[in-house]
Structure formats: structure tokens, C-alpha cells
Write a protein that binds this ligand. Structure first.
Ligand code: PLP
Length: 418
């Protein structure tokens, strides 16, 4: 039964907020149904979904292949313990290692959990292979790695850490895309005895404002890591699984990480995370790491279906073409509103429309105005409006997104002046 505006299926927003912890600042919108690149609210109003669960619904909503995989697997076997061999888990791991630089996979349920696994693996590697007693992991300012205690510590944004101290020991931070700062921090930390176990970065910083990594920066980091035995961990939670027009974000940088993590797009909206690594750094042994739900037949079957559909529908090409189309359209908008808009940046279908630093209009103002035009967008900080539609979005839908953004801009400016 659809929610209705007054009753919300028996739940008003006030009742919702009374029963659900208010950890999210929610927009006043109740979504009840989805198909393809569209979702519908409880009033029956349609929205073009350029949020896709924040870069998660790889194949959009109710894709027939996902419907089939979910229905078939729930009737066959949905969950068993990792005490036993699970064919779907093996098949997904095999697909992932055949389509990446990794040799092995560990499955969990979310991005934060995948990053926790990567941090544990890097620490164990430092202890057992390099004899480092207190391993340090260097991460970037403005990064985002999740909401668990280790991953908020890894996240180089104090706003996510406030009031949750004491944080985890063993992390140090550098500005992103700044090789001199990184080299001097490593020199300082390793001056007496080596302590730096790993460098953990996003190939493109998503939450931090859709900032692509610099190729020369990452290539120098790869060299440094090879010289010093430091592990390079890439957090591909937001940009992996085809979002950037290549299967993995690191392919845009011409390097390979030792460890990388995936979640969000991997299950197309069904919870699954993965930590993948080269055989040379797989130091985990039975009992080192585990997850009750991680790698269950249901999640892995869906994950494999997403992977196979990416290939079967040639979606990487679609991501490249639709991304180009979107950036061109948004560039025209920047010419129209040069006082408000500064630039568009991104790769494939993760793009940020960046506001002028002095603009009094903030990203949330444009997101709200776009909602009124039937378009869902998501801020990436106060200065950036993020576009992360499903990877099978069509040319007509991208055209519609551009037109609706144009109308939203006019509306946001009008509201500012009224
Ligand atoms: N890492 C990155 C780069 C992310 O963008 C996110 C979520 O936005 C996470 C980790 C955390 O993922 P999850 O919310 O699934 O724990």
C-alpha cells in the first residue's frame, strides 16, 4: 500500500522521527517505488534519480536481472555460515579477481567494514612482514572512509570525529594530491625506524567534493610504496564497479593498489562489501577476520548479477558517453551562471557541479530546487552538487537531468532574491 501524504501508511514524519534515531538530516520526501532511473514518492510524483542511493543502484531500480537473481536465490539458499563453502561467494570472488589487479577477496556488508578489513590486513602485514611494532596509516584530508571508529579516524574530516574521541591510534593525514606533503611526512615518520604501514586514499574523493586524483601524484605514490615496502590501499567504495567509466577508479590513474575496497555499487543496492588484495599481501589466516553475513549466497548472487550485467549491457561505454554528455550540458550552465557556478569535475558518472566560493547559494539550495523539478541530486559538501545516476541511465534521461538542473538553478536564484 503506498504511503499517503497525511498518513504515511500510519506514519507521519514526526512519528517517524520519534521512532527512528535522528542521525540523518532528511529531506521532506517519502519514496515508495522505483523503476529504471526513476523513483516515485507517496503522492505518486516521479523523480529522475541522479542519487541512486548515493552511487549505489548501479542498474537503477527493479532491473529484471536483479529481480530474477533475488527471487531465484531467496528460493534456493539465502544464507549459510562461512563454516562451509559457498559457490556464489566463490563465483563472485573469481569474477572480481579476473576483472581487477587483485588475487583474493574477503566479503563483508558495507564500505566501512571493507575498509576495516583493509586496515586490519595492512596492520598485520606491517607486524608480521616488516616487524613494525606501531604501524601507521597515512590518509588524506577531506577523505571519507566510513562511520565505524577506525574509519572515522581514517577519514580526514574533523566534523565526523567530533565527540567520538578517543579515536583509534595509528593514523596520520596529508593534503590530497600534494606529493611534497606526503613525501615529507613519510620522511619525518620513518626518520628513526620505519612506521608507515600503508597509504590509504580514494582514487577520486567523493564525499570530499568530487575531487579526482592526480595521475602523477598516484604514480609517484606507487613508486614510493614499492621503494619502501609500504602498502597502497585504495578505497573504491564510491568510485568502483564502473562508476568512473572504467571498472575500477585506479584504472584512471595508471597504477595498481595492493589492497582495494568495494561496496555501494557492488550489490546494486543489496548490502555487500569486499576487500580485495594481491596474493603478496594476503597475510590473513583462519580466525583473523570474519563476518556472519559477509559473502552469503544471497548477496553474492546479486553482486555477481550486477557484475555480469555491467558486462552484458556494455555499461562502461554508456558511463563514458553519458558522463561526457552530462559534463557538456553542465558546462553550458556554468556559462549561463558564471557568478554562481565555477566548474564541473568528475569521471564517468560521478560528477560535481562546483559553486563559486563566494556564492551565497549553497549546494543544498540547488538540491532542494531540483527536487521541485522532479530531479534528485545530492550535495558533496556545501559547495558541490553531485550527480551519480544509475550506470544504465539513458541519453534522454541525462538531457532531462540537464534541463531540470537549469530550471532548478533559476529557481534557487529566484528564491535567494525573494
Ligand atoms: N568509503 C567511501 C569512499 C565512501 O564514499 C563511503 C560512503 O559514502 C564509505 C567508505 C562508507 O561506506 P558505507 O556507508 O557502506 O559503510
Amino acid at each position: 500500500m503506498p504511503f499517503n501524504g497525511n498518513g504515511h501508511n500510519g506514519f507521519s514524519p514526526a512519528q517517524f522521527d520519534a521512532a527512528v534515531m535522528t542521525t540523518y538530516g532528511r529531506f521532506p520526501l517519502t519514496l515508495t517505488r522505483g523503476k529504471g532511473s526513476y523513483v516515485w514518492d507517496d503522492q505518486g510524483r516521479r523523480y529522475l534519480d541522479c542519487v541512486a542511493g548515493i552511487a549505489t543502484c548501479t542498474l537503477g531500480h527493479a532491473h529484471p536481472a536483479m529481480v530474477e537473481a533475488v527471487s531465484q536465490q531467496i528460493q534456493t539458499l539465502h544464507h549459510v555460515s562461512n563454516l562451509y563453502y559457498i559457490p556464489e561467494q566463490g563465483a563472485l570472488a573469481q569474477w572480481l579477481v579476473e576483472h581487477s589487479c587483485a588475487d583474493r577477496a574477503f566479503f563483508c556488508n558495507s564500505g566501512a567494514e571493507a575498509n576495516e578489513g583493509a586496515i586490519k590486513l595492512a596492520r598485520k602485514y606491517a607486524h608480521t612482514k616488516r616487524g613494525i611494532a606501531n604501524p601507521l596509516i597515512i590518509t588524506a584530508q577531506a577523505s571519507f572512509h566510513g562511520r565505524t571508529l577506525a574509519t572515522i579516524t581514517a577519514t580526514g574530516q574533523p566534523k565526523y570525529q567530533k565527540n567520538f574521541d578517543p579515536l583509534m591510534p595509528g593514523f596520520a593525514y596529508v593534503p590530497y594530491n600534494d606529493i611534497a606533503a606526503l613525501e615529507s611526512l613519510i620522511a619525518e615518520l620513518d626518520a628513526e625506524t620505519p612506521q608507515v604501514a600503508a597509504i590509504m586514499l580514494e582514487a577520486l574523493q567523493g564525499e570530499g567534493g568530487v575531487c579526482p586524483g592526480d595521475r602523477a601524484y598516484f604514480q609517484r605514490i606507487r613508486q614510493l610504496c614499492d621503494e619502501k615496502g609500504i602498502l597502497l590501499i585504495l578505497d573504491e567504495v564510491q568510485v568502483g564497479m564502473g562508476r568512473t567509466g572504467t571498472l575500477w577508479g585506479y584504472e584512471n590513474l595508471g597504477i595498481e593498489p595492493d589492497i582495494f575496497t568495494s561496496a555501494k555499487g557492488l550489490g546494486g543496492g543489496i548490502p555487500i562489501g569486499a576487500m580485495l588484495c594481491k596474493a603478496s599481501c594476503d597475510v590473513f589466516e583462519p580466525g583473523d577476520h570474519a563476518s556472519t553475513f559477509g559473502g552469503n549466497p544471497f548477496a553474492c548472487k546479486v553482486g555477481l548479477t550486477v557484475c555480469q550485467t555491467l558486462e552484458a549491457e556494455n555499461l562502461l561505454e554508456n558511463v563514458q558517453q553519458r558522463g561526457e554528455q552530462l559534463r557538456l550540458g553542465l558546462q553550458r550552465l556554468i556559462q549561463q551562471y558564471p557568478n554562481v557556478l565555477e566548474q564541473v569535475r568528475g569521471w564517468g558518472l560521478i560528477n560535481g557541479l562546483v559553486l563559486q566560493p563566494e556564492s551565497s547559494i549553497k549546494s543544498v539550495d540547488i538540491v532542494k530546487a531540483a527536487m521541485g523539478e522532479g530531479l534528485l541530486l545530492v550535495p558533496a559538501g556545501p559547495q558541490v552538487v553531485r550527480f551519480v545516476p544509475p550506470l544504465n541511465v539513458s541519453a534522454d534521461e541525462i538531457q532531462q537531468a540537464i534541463l531540470s538542473t537549469e530550471k532548478a538553478m533559476a529557481m534557487a536564484i529566484k528564491r535567494q532574491h525573494s
